[in-house]
Write a new protein. Structure first.
Length: 190
């Protein structure tokens, strides 16, 4: 099986990322608390490598009780469930920074298919289940090729392509493209 970045690189990058992001995380936590009631950190059960469930950590961007139920309700631009602070956090993808804790814990990698809800993973075809062969990623091939701006089946195909072609060089390319996308906000909403 092809390999991406080594675990040591994930630990180093995620640890360094958390240190660099700590002032932003502190400001975001204050803004979340001042902007709406509820916890700062949002946890949601996701399907990890092999479909194994884990708790994904994110900054809360929605009003309390607005969490979609079931297979998941897409969040579109202007969604009333998203708080004012949440719109900014999502636009800049800052809500995903706590995923770095998941990377440190070994539940995720820096690069790989984004984690999905277990109910979504249960509906995968045999080919689609291939995206579960690697750890979930903070960013991935589908994210740098359109993010939420492309249809779900196409995202899954891009993730399967990544599983077949992953390498440290590809992972570094994805990380660089992710940094560019974060600066432009390109492809955040469909």
């Amino acid at each position: 099986m092809r390999r991406g970045l080594p675990r040591a690189a994930d630990v180093l990058l995620s640890g360094f990322g958390l240190i660099l992001a700590s002032p932003l995380l502190a400001l975001a936590a204050i803004a979340i608390k001042l902007g709406s009631r509820g916890p700062v950190i949002y946890r949601q059960r996701r399907a990890g490598k092999g479909g194994e469930p884990f708790d994904l950590y994110k900054l809360r961007t929605m009003h309390g009780g607005a969490d979609p139920v079931g297979v998941g309700t897409p969040v579109l631009e202007g969604d009333p469930r998203v708080t004012r602070v949440g719109r900014v956090l999502r636009r800049l993808s800052l809500d995903e920074l706590p995923n770095l804790v998941n990377v440190l814990r070994g539940e995720m990698a820096m690069v790989g298919p984004r984690p999905t809800l277990p109910a979504q993973a249960e509906l995968y075809s045999g080919r689609q289940r291939r995206r579960l062969e690697v750890k979930r990623g903070l960013t991935g091939w589908a994210q740098v090729n359109g993010r939420a701006g492309i249809p779900w089946p196409e995202r899954i195909e891009l993730d399967v392509w990544y599983v077949d072609h992953r390498s440290p060089a590809l992972d570094l390319r994805i990380i660089a493209r992710t940094a560019r996308m974060l600066l432009t906000g390109h492809g955040l909403y469909g």
